[in-house]
Design a protein around this ligand. Sequence first.
Ligand code: SF4
Length: 375
Amino acid sequence: MILEEQLDRAGLADVHAKVVSGQRLSADDGLRLYACPDLAALGYLANLVREARHGDTTYYVRNQHINYTNVCNKLCKFCSFYVKPNHERGYVLTPAQVADRVRSYAEVPITEIHMVGGVNPKLPYQYYLDVLQAMKQARPEAHLKAFTMVEIAQIQRIAKKSLAEVFADLRAAGLESIPGGGAEVFSKRVHEDLFWTKADSEDWLEIAAAAHRSGLPSNATMLYGHVENIEEKVYHLTRLREVQDETGGFLTYIPLSFHPERTEIDHLPGPTGQLDLREIAIGRLMLDNFPHIKTFWIMNTIDISQVALWYGANDIDGTIMDYEITRTSFEATQQRLTQKDLLDRIVEAGRMPVERDSLYRLVPQATALVSEAAG
Ligand code: SF4
């Protein structure tokens, strides 16, 4: 009764009714969720969806992140990772060096290698194929997730082939899925202001849909907490939902918290923990056809991520190694959690950790754990 009064006071009684009956929320509902000051009410609604789908289960994956180059000609104003071509701090890992990085974690039982980088105009098409083959040779059992839609746009440009042909080549070289980065916010205004030289929303969605049709699942992201407004965020979520209706190829939605440090827009304050939780909750509520919502702890902290497990998130990434993208912007951030650290944090938050692979299949020991809990 008290809860119903709270939802009523928050103006969300009708949204609650839709959530309980499994009805899709409208764009107008999305705007109201963003405008609602009662974060606890949003969390309650998102948690209803999270628990109906996944109960207490919180997935995690043991993965290794590799950033093969920091050279990029896209000049995104929110990026602290890249350097321009010919910059003294620029680097490119050769396929052999990437393979060495993979082998350096041979004793760690990872199931996934996650590799992304800048848009480096000097790299030829063959480089991307060679680097995938080198990783696969170094660790054949690990799933290769690599190259954002933005990098794919560059790879296609230099390949001078159709997207379907490029995806066929990349798959033959070992690629198995695509990460969700590079989407930023689907807005012409923000694109023109912050990342005008790189793929826009329609490019990003077209490449994602083509990947899905080629048999490559992907994730999807939204970068928030800079200059975007709530209309743009609702548009972003509804466009993702539309493409997912068509292809069913998105595995996970990952809201990404903007970090202004050492970017061109470092005068902006950046998001608060309140906004981090709000984005997780609204993502869970609006993306009714996305199986999973992930909290990326390295960007919104492990502490916020623990709370996010009650605000709609059912997945927490990951046991990250050598993640360069944010290392330059906040060096004090812990770059790695051991499996035990991660499990302890999930359990402390009152959820059940379950190890998955990249396609959300349980790894063998996790299957045993879930059966035990169920039985
Ligand atoms: S966000 Fe990606 S595309 Fe943009 S500058 Fe950074 S590395 Fe380049």
